[in-house]
Ligand binder design. Structure first.
Ligand code: PLP
Length: 382
């Protein structure tokens, strides 16, 4: 009998939303170049405009304070900013040890004195972090892809009060790649987004097409930013190249669907917690992030006390549970996890497994829990 397959890696990428699939199936993909002057081109231009307004409304980011550019995703959004800060010698960059590599791998763009990787512990106190007089780009990952930690509004506000009020030159970039579908969009989240100067999203993380994302940028940067890509007037001349209108439209469809299924987050959390209980009762597992303050509803990372992820993964795959050894973006064999090492779990850094759930897993809740129980038992015998 063929093993049933369960996709448990939603933090790497999420399945296309039903609305996007339905739209593509309908064949209404007759989008034209929004920069063409003829009426067909103008109809595409109108679609881009409609989506832009929608995104401002959805994230409650006022369009008279922020403008929006489209790109391929958070990696590009952050590269654009780091490029601007480093190559135009505008200032410094700081990011956290827990951030995605698209943040900390920017280090080579900066002189060593101009880039700081901030250490964090489970209390997320940053007493040792100091800002200089130079303009600083601070990366703030709102939902961590591995720990599920939610970098909340109160913490950023505290941070801001300490550093930003007397020093106007700290500019926050919010990495919102994992925000949608992983945590409830409370008022606090919108307040958080409005503290930033830059906020970036990747469409494929919430059910839109791959290769499309966007950043809100505060208006004060409109004239200041040098292009990342040259060769056209698109995106306020900051990022040339013909716009991906189909991808852009899919952002709206996917976000509408996310809004409709927001009440399923509670059920996703229940499933995550049931899996967590199984691990907590089983001495072979360590949950290195379990004491973190706030967690996204869908993420569960755990380490085997002695076996490396490479050995563990086949046991999960054999039961159709498609989990990940951590960040998929490094791909290939599991590497020691840098963040775990920093948290003092060096001996566990190669033993990490991450489950990241999505609403569509709920249809198979009992089967997933059954397979998970079986896998844990099989690993105990290894
Ligand atoms: C927190 C976070 N930031 C940024 C990225 C990069 O996103 P993308 O590959 O869509 O550019 C990811 C991808 O996993 C992520 O989880």
């Amino acid at each position: 009998m063929k093993t049933k397959q369960f996709y448990l890696d939603h933090n790497s990428t999420s399945p296309l939303s039903k609305k996007v699939k339905h739209f593509l199936k309908g064949g209404e993909v007759d989008f034209f170049n929004p920069n063409s002057l003829h009426p067909l081109g103008q109809s595409s231009h109108a679609v881009v405009y409609e989506v832009t307004q929608f995104l401002h409304d959805y994230f409650r980011i006022p369009s008279d304070e922020f403008f929006l550019i489209y790109h391929s995703g958070v990696t590009e959004g952050l590269n654009l900013l780091a490029h601007h800060f480093a190559e135009d010698k505008l200032g410094e960059m700081k990011c956290f040890i827990s951030d995605h590599p698209c943040a900390y791998e920017q280090a080579q763009r900066f002189k060593s004195s101009q880039f700081e990787l901030i250490s964090t512990n489970s209390d997320f106190e940053f007493e040792s972090c100091k800002f200089s007089e130079n303009p600083t780009l601070l990366n703030w990952t709102v939902v961590n892809n591995l720990s599920g930690h939610v970098f909340d509004y109160q913490t950023l506000k505290k941070f801001k009060n300490r550093f930003i009020q007397d020093n106007n030159s700290v500019f926050v970039h919010i990495d919102a790649a994992q925000l949608i579908g992983k945590t409830e969009l409370k008022k606090e989240v919108f307040d958080l987004l409005n503290i930033a100067s830059f906020i970036s999203f990747s469409g494929h993380k919430f059910g839109a097409l791959k290769g499309v994302g966007f950043s809100f940028i505060h208006n004060t940067w409109k004239k200041k930013m040098n292009p990342f890509l040259y060769g056209g007037e698109q995106n306020y001349k900051i990022r040339a190249s013909t716009m991906n209108t189909l991808g852009i439209y899919s952002l709206k469809l996917a976000l509408e669907e996310q809004r409709e299924k927001a009440d399923m987050l509670v059920k996703v959390e229940e499933l995550r917690n049931e899996m967590k209980n199984l691990l907590e009762q089983d001495k072979q597992w360590i949950l290195p992030f379990s004491n973190f303050k706030t967690e996204s509803v869908n993420t569960l990372s755990f380490c085997h006390h002695s076996l490396a992820s490479d050995r563990l993964l086949p046991a999960f795959y054999a039961h159709g549970l498609y989990v990940s050894p951590g960040s998929a973006c490094t791909s290939g064999a599991a590497k020691p996890n840098f963040y775990l090492e920093e948290l003092g779990h060096k001996h566990l850094a190669k033993n990490l497994i991450r489950v990241s759930l999505g609403a569509e897993n709920l249809e198979n809740k009992a089967e997933i829990l059954g397979a998970f129980t079986q896998v844990l038992e099989n690993i105990r015998k290894m």
